[in-house]
Design a protein around this ligand. Structure first.
Ligand code: GDP
Ligand code: MG
Length: 166
């Protein structure tokens, strides 16, 4: 089995952190500063089940300047290459314009879409459930997985789920 998995979502939701923990090496640059990941970073995860190529993107968000526009283009290109798209979000019920934009883009895709609620270590279980409920109202997801990328909580389950779809 092999395939491409695009990680999309707002800056700072933990895309780079998740990718680092999935592969167990520090390859993507992570930072508190938004827009650290300006280009697409590919990371290959391999085990006995096969190969999963993660594409870390700067995410889709409102283009405020030239760099922003470029980053949106990178994210679009990543979508077109993906076998699975993972939308990473923080465990809140806030749905802003950025989220609506991503939901709109995802509706145009034919590949499976996963909702990944990250940073579950920062909130109570109820908040995670509320978040999932809110996002299910704006988009359809083939899978929903709640994780803590930082503490590697449920990230094995996420990998299992990825390989079920590849
Ligand atoms: P990206 O912009 O989406 O790539 O986000 P990063 O991976 O750079 O992470 C942004 C910030 O969120 C960093 O300070 C991370 O340490 C933090 N972060 C990422 N995942 C988690 C998590 O599961 N729990 C907590 N508490 N913090 C996290
Ligand atoms: Mg990043």
């Amino acid at each position: 089995k092999s395939g491409f998995i695009a990680l999309v979502g707002r800056p700072n939701v933990g895309k780079s952190t998740l990718m680092n923990h999935l592969i167990g090496q520090k390859i993507a640059i992570t930072s508190r500063k938004p827009q650290t990941t300006r280009n697409q970073i590919r990371t290959v995860y391999t085990d006995e089940r096969g190969q999963a190529v993660f594409l870390d993107t700067p995410g889709i968000h409102k283009a405020q300047n030239r760099l922003g526009t470029y980053m949106v283009e990178v994210a679009q290109k990543t979508f077109s290459q993906a076998d699975i798209v993972m939308w990473l979000v923080e465990p809140t019920t806030f749905i802003g314009r950025g989220e609506q934009e991503i939901a709109k883009k995802l509706r145009q895709l034919k590949c499976p879409v996963f909702l990944i609620v990250n940073k579950t270590d920062t909130v109570k279980k109820e908040a995670v459930a509320e978040c999932i409920k809110a996002y299910r109202q704006i988009a359809d997801f083939n899978e929903v997985v709640a994780v803590s990328a930082l503490r590697s909580v449920n990230t094995d389950t996420l990998l299992d789920t990825v390989f079920r779809y590849l």
